[in-house]
Design a binder for this molecule. Structure first.
Ligand SMILES: Cc1cc2nc3c(=O)[nH]c(=O)nc-3n(C[C@H](O)[C@H](O)[C@H](O)COP(=O)(O)OP(=O)(O)OC[C@H]3O[C@@H](n4cnc5c(N)ncnc54)[C@H](O)[C@@H]3O)c2cc1C
Length: 383
């Protein structure tokens, strides 16, 4: 059994750490967060460093990396900002879907542009009445000759209003069919006529942003259908597995940063003549945090490794997503407690980690739906 990274993976980790330290210092993140602005300059650095090309095949300009490599990158970006990591992952998940399900012409058209930073992808699944119940999607695409006419609304879309964004939009194409047989995936520019979006006022993740998007008689050329009409459910499910595995890495990275912040604060902050870390209640809290983050991280690496090997890892990925997101939210809460009033103050980073953490147990599937899935795989039928 080998728990270590390869030499290349260690190098990747160090280079992402250096890139983030240089281009995303804490004061810049605070300013961007206050102004709710996307880190476009940082994104350009990711492009230059090849991070957007990481998991794609070399013959289309990618770097041929693995899911483990992706998880390393997401862990390190999230360690600095879980918000920013959402501006990374969405592109990769949609790109991988096009690679797997798209035609050779679509792969050649879309992926090099995304890897070069010319376009970004956002994921359009959720709707006002279709959250956990993804099958209730109502946004409808009617075929008319060589185009589709799309009407409907998406909600909670990460990065939906960023510049040059193409929305991976899940639409109904057969209203009468069961949802597994009546969904399709269309690629729609967020500035196409008839598309309108609004950035939502959310607790956290305020730079990449969460959007609602409206489609009113949007004309979409038929060659923007990914895969086969009415087979969109397969795309959605295969995309979600990678998204959950890699976002588990993000939860672990951010949770590790919280442990590190809390530990150094507890060593420095003096009350009653001694560092607060010498009070057993605080020291034990930090020991528990470190232990749970390590446990989540081990669960995450197992899932990510299985996915990298191309093995069926639905159970392990779901467990990793569930546990790492819950541990992340839990340690963020403890981190605030350890820092007292400073933990709630905008001049310190703990409050940002706390606010960003809260969506981890909701986005990409709630904890309750992950538990339903795990129990279902065990032959139980929770209702
Ligand atoms: C920050 C953020 C970013 C997001 N980004 C995207 C994105 O980019 N693209 C996108 O398409 N979506 C995105 N989402 C949407 C996300 O996937 C949904 O919020 C999530 O699936 C839950 O849907 P909902 O919010 O409608 O909650 P609901 O489904 O209404 O759930 C409400 C509560 O009921 C519980 N519940 C529902 N059904 C069951 C059940 N069967 N058994 C037990 N409990 C149940 C849930 O667990 C939850 O606690 C994002 C969400 C957030 C918060």
């Amino acid at each position: 059994m080998d728990f270590g990274f390869t030499e290349e993976q260690e190098l990747l980790r160090e280079s992402v750490q250096k890139l983030m330290a240089r281009h995303a210092p804490a004061d810049l993140i605070r300013t961007l967060e206050r102004e709710q602005k996307f880190p476009y300059a940082l994104y350009d650095e990711w492009v230059k460093a090849g991070l957007l090309a990481l998991p794609f095949p070399e013959d289309i300009g990618g770097l041929g990396g693995s899911v483990v490599d992706l998880a390393i990158v997401n862990f390190e970006i999230s360690r600095v900002s879980a918000d920013f990591s959402m501006g990374y992952g969405g592109n990769i998940f949609c790109g991988l879907n096009i690679l797997k399900k798209g035609s050779p012409a679509q792969v050649k058209h879309w992926l090099p542009r995304m890897m070069a930073g010319e376009i970004r992808f956002a994921i359009g699944i959720s709707e006002p009445d279709a959250g956990s119940d993804v099958g209730a999607i109502k946004t409808f695409a009617r075929r008319e000759g060589d185009k589709y006419i799309v009407n409907g609304q998406k909600l909670w879309m990460t990065g939906g209003g960023l510049k040059d964004t193409v929305i991976s939009t899940y639409v109904k194409t057969d209203r009468d069919a069961h949802y597994r047989k009546g969904l399709s995936l269309l690629l729609i520019d967020n500035d196409a006529p008839g598309v309108e979006y609004r950035k939502l006022d959310m607790l956290g993740r305020r730079c990449v942003g969460t959007y609602e998007v409206f489609f009113r008689d949007v004309e979409v050329p038929a060659d923007r259908l990914v895969g086969v009409e009415n087979k969109g459910w397969d795309c959605l499910m295969s995309g979600l597995q990678i998204e959950r595995a890699v976002s588990a890495a993000g939860s672990c990275g951010a949770a590790q940063a919280i442990v590190d912040l809390a530990t150094s604060y507890a060593k420095e902050r003096v009350q009653f003549g001694q560092p607060i870390g010498s009070f057993q209640s605080i020291a034990h809290m930090i020991a528990d945090m470190a232990t749970e983050v390590d446990a989540a991280t081990m669960l995450m690496w197992r899932a990510v490794w299985l996915a990298s090997e191309g093995r069926d890892a639905l159970r392990e990925i779901t467990m990793a997503k569930l546990y790492s997101s819950e541990v992340y939210a839990k340690v963020a809460n403890m981190g605030v407690q350890i820092m007292g009033g400073y933990g709630l103050n905008g001049e310190f980073d703990m409050q940002r980690y706390f606010r960003d953490s809260r969506s981890a147990t909701i986005a990409a599937g709630t904890s309750q739906t992950q538990r339903n899935l795990i129990a279902g795989l065990m032959g139980l039928k929770p209702r």
